[in-house]
Design a protein around this ligand. Structure first.
Ligand code: ADP
Length: 542
């Protein structure tokens, strides 16, 4: 017997329709590439998203055609999110931090027909357009009078000129909710990038889940600042969840430095911010020396890399901001786990609460997870056994775009490439990427643990731990460290700092001071590059 409820497909267009109708006056504020602040409402987002859809129709784009963006977080990008996917085309967000050759590769692989870009990225477009034969229209996200006349880019138009010629009425097409809506290429640290191809259904289910109180807890009372970029995994789905809840959205544009982010948080009375640890490091680095305080910020979700304990403590104790530690990946839309306490934890000491907050958290309903050993046998949830972490759920990839890399699943589960423990309460803790874990004398050392201890030292800005080949122990850890400006610390002082904080055999064999640690396109440390830089390094005494 079938249920007798209405069967409406879960479509992205319904989010912006809902936002317009039920919280049309909700604000969307953007710092523009031009430097000024732009302010309007969800009603206007909806109107202009319909103009975008009409413009794509006028270009004779087919259902399912890919339309790319190379853009910061801003209102025009938001309109493209809804206009492209809502009209049945596939939004392909391109990460501008990739090398131009890689950008060319992904644009060709996805066969983009149109590329919309912020003027900041005109140099990229100039360097790649001749190598992108599928692109028939380049769209600069600017006013008509700002369009450069001497760029040499063919078929270039201004976004404002393009959409202003279109009516703001449009009837969103209805189609199967499993239709592709957007795509994002993984960073591709090894080999060519592979794309996760999200569907309307996966995006809407993820958007609902993200708002839950034990997930990101988003509501109409929030003013959200997504510092996480819309060019990578849809800014953790925040644009969709914000439209769903009616939360105010505050977009930072190109201004990701500590000063710009701080000023926006204060001037727009932001209550909630989302970003990777490196961004928050810059924010704290700006605030701490100047003795600045937050007036309205209450919560921040931090993920993408392990959030160091020192950062959680600084936000919590010095600024009264609750840190939600989150874990996920491109292949998971991206949210997998969030760390929030349970009722039984509320009476714990601050120290014990902290031990929980450091973990990556509990599964969101919609993501099932397990850990397995090298033979694929499931390991116990005892908080000690660690193994490969596998996930499944309706917003986890089933396969990559164009079948690249073959079938990624193992008995229906997606191997994340992370190594983790899960405790009896269901809290998962990442110990490492499987390729970064250090094997010493048959035991594993978590590079994340070693890095966390180093960055807890007041003179350390950043730390990366890697394994170095050792004739007896197989591998031994060393830690590469960037000092905070104007601060001093010696190798011996840092090694002494490890005493009592971890088992003796896990203490690194050496400290290497470096000017910078190579960072990838998504703000993560690139240990493969660091290993290349240190390829001639010799362990002391060998
Ligand atoms: P994204 O760039 O969206 O984070 P990627 O697919 O590039 O997604 O990277 C996902 C990987 O990042 C995860 O598999 C994991 O190794 C790492 N990661 C993400 N969040 C965390 C976290 N909170 N702690 C530790 N590692 C994390």
């Amino acid at each position: 017997m079938l249920g007798l409820m209405q069967n409406q497909p879960l479509l992205i267009s319904s989010l912006i329709d809902f936002a317009e109708r039920h919280h049309g006056e909700g604000e969307v504020v953007s710092r523009r590439v031009e430097g000024d602040i732009h302010r309007y409402t969800y009603k206007q987002v909806a109107q202009r998203a319909r103009q975008v859809a009409n413009a794509l129709d006028a270009m004779k784009l087919q259902f399912g055609d890919r339309v790319a963006t190379i853009a910061w977080n801003g209102y025009r990008h938001l309109e493209l999110y809804f206009g492209i996917s809502g009209s049945g085309r596939v939004l392909h967000t391109i990460n501008p931090r990739m090398h131009p050759d890689q950008i060319t590769w992904v644009a060709n692989h996805s066969e983009d027909q149109v590329v919309c870009f912020d003027m900041t990225f005109l140099p990229i477009v100039k360097s790649i357009h001749a190598r992108c034969p599928t692109v028939r229209q380049w769209v600069a996200l600017c006013d008509a009078d700002k369009l450069p006349t001497d760029s040499g880019v063919p078929n270039l138009s201004s976004y404002e000129a393009l959409i202003s010629a279109q009516p703001n009425t449009y009837s969103w097409p209805q189609f199967d909710e499993n239709t592709a809506s957007s795509m994002c290429y993984t960073s591709g640290t090894t080999g060519n990038p592979k794309a996760a191809l999200y569907s309307h259904r996966s995006t809407l289910l993820h958007a609902y889940a993200a708002c839950l109180p034990d997930v990101m807890c988003l509501s109409a009372r929030d003013a959200i600042l997504p510092v996480v970029p819309m060019f990578h995994v849809n800014a953790w789905g925040i644009p969709y969840s914000a439209a769903l809840t009616g939360a105010k959205l505050v977009f930072p544009g190109a201004g990701m430095d500590g000063k710009s982010v701080y000023e926006l948080i204060e001037s727009e009375r932001v209550t909630y911010a989302a970003g990777v640890p490196t961004v928050w490091q810059m924010l704290l680095g700006h605030m701490q020396p100047a003795g600045l305080r937050f007036s309205t910020l209450r919560r921040t979700v931090i993920g993408g890399s392990a959030c160091p304990p020192a950062m959680i403590t600084a936000f919590n104790d010095q600024y009264g901001v609750e840190v939600l530690h989150a874990w996920g990946m491109t292949e998971m839309s991206p949210l997998g786990t969030l760390c929030t306490l349970k009722n039984k934890h509320l009476t714990m000491s601050d120290e014990d609460k902290m031990k929980i907050r450091l973990k990556q958290g509990r599964s969101i309903f919609g993501v099932d997870m397990k850990i397995v050993d090298a033979d694929g046998k499931e390991l116990p949830w005892d908080g000690k056994a660690f193994g490969d972490l596998l996930v499944k759920g309706p917003w986890v990839v089933a396969e990559y775009y164009k079948g690249e890399g073959g079938n990624p699943l193992v008995d229906g589960w997606f191997p994340t490439g992370d190594v983790a423990t899960i405790d009896p309460e269901g809290y998962m803790q990442i110990t490492d990427r499987s390729k970064d874990v250090i094997k010493s004398g048959g035991e594993w050392i978590s590079s994340i643990d070693i890095e966390n201890i180093a960055v807890a030292h007041p003179a350390v800005a950043m730390a990366a731990c890697i394994g170095i080949k050792h004739p007896k122990w197989d591998e031994r850890p060393i830690v590469a460290v960037v000092k905070k400006p104007g601060m001093e610390i010696t190798r011996e002082e840092l090694l002494a700092f490890y005493e009592g904080k971890t088992a003796k055999w896990q203490i690194p064999d050496d400290v290497v001071f470096v000017d910078a640690i190579p960072m990838g396109a998504t703000g993560k440390m690139q240990k493969t590059k660091l290993r290349e830089i240190l390829k001639d390094y010799k362990l002391p005494g060998l």
